[in-house]
Design a protein around this ligand. Structure first.
Ligand code: C5P
Length: 221
């Protein structure tokens, strides 16, 4: 009999801390991680590079079907180019939210994302992990935080990388991105049925991780 794969789905808006929380939770449990946003970012990066019109669904579908990223020792390569840092840029994030509105793009990435579910378990981070991609998840979390708290975190992350930014521009960018993610017709950013809402505005990373682990352990009790 095949071993059951435990899935923890962590969805939420941009810069809610999903990435850091997911990798810490996965480490604590010895699970794999899926950063689904990176797949949308890679698609956007490649589309921008090929000069594709981001609003042209079929053109972007061609790009996503041809995508063959290589994930190696914490780095991501696309056609031999190390794009680990480049896909984290704000403009690529904004472009990702534009390609993510296309149903054909989401469909093409569906199986790719499902293939990450491997024993003993997976922590999947994104917007529709609990609602669409892994509806069978053992635990579904909707991780959120105020726009100001998220902008501040993003500001600090960029500063650590030596990138200068401006909080009010960041608040504006993330509101714009939230809006597109919330309003799209397919897989909009809404808490999955049965998801627990975790507001991390006033929590430290440790506190947030501990809450997720406590809820997960509660599913085993
Ligand atoms: O999480 P991250 O900021 O890397 O995601 C970039 C963009 O990709 C999001 O703003 C969203 O539009 C899209 N996305 C999505 N569904 C996911 C993950 C990301 O639509 N599961």
């Amino acid at each position: 009999m095949s071993e059951k794969v435990e899935i923890i789905a962590i969805d939420g808006p941009v810069a809610s801390g999903k990435g850091s929380v997911s990798s810490r939770v996965a480490k604590a449990l010895g699970f794999h991680v899926l950063d689904s946003g990176s797949l949308y970012r890679l698609t956007a990066y490649s589309a921008l590079k090929h000069g594709a019109d981001l609003s042209d669904e079929e053109a972007v579908e061609k790009i996503v079907l041809a995508l063959s990223p290589v994930f190696e020792s914490g780095k991501i390569f696309l056609d031999g180019e190390d794009v680990t840092e480049a896909i984290r840029e704000e403009d690529v994030g904004i472009a990702a939210s534009k390609v993510a509105v296309h149903p054909l793009v989401r469909k093409a990435l569906f199986q790719v994302q499902r293939s990450y579910a491997k024993a003993p378990g997976l922590v999947a981070d994104g917007r529709d992990m609990g609602s669409v991609v892994f509806p069978e998840a053992t635990l579904k979390i909707f991780l959120t935080a105020s726009a100001e708290a998220r902008a501040k975190r993003r500001y600090n992350q960029l500063k650590e990388k030596g990138i200068n930014s401006n909080i009010s521009d960041l608040v504006k960018d993330l509101r714009e991105r939230d809006e597109r993610d919330l309003k799209r017709a397919v897989a909009p950013l809404v808490p999955a049925t049965g998801a627990r809402i975790l507001d991390s505005s006033d929590l430290t990373l440790d506190e947030t991780v501990n809450q997720v682990l406590e809820w997960y352990n509660g599913t085993k009790a």
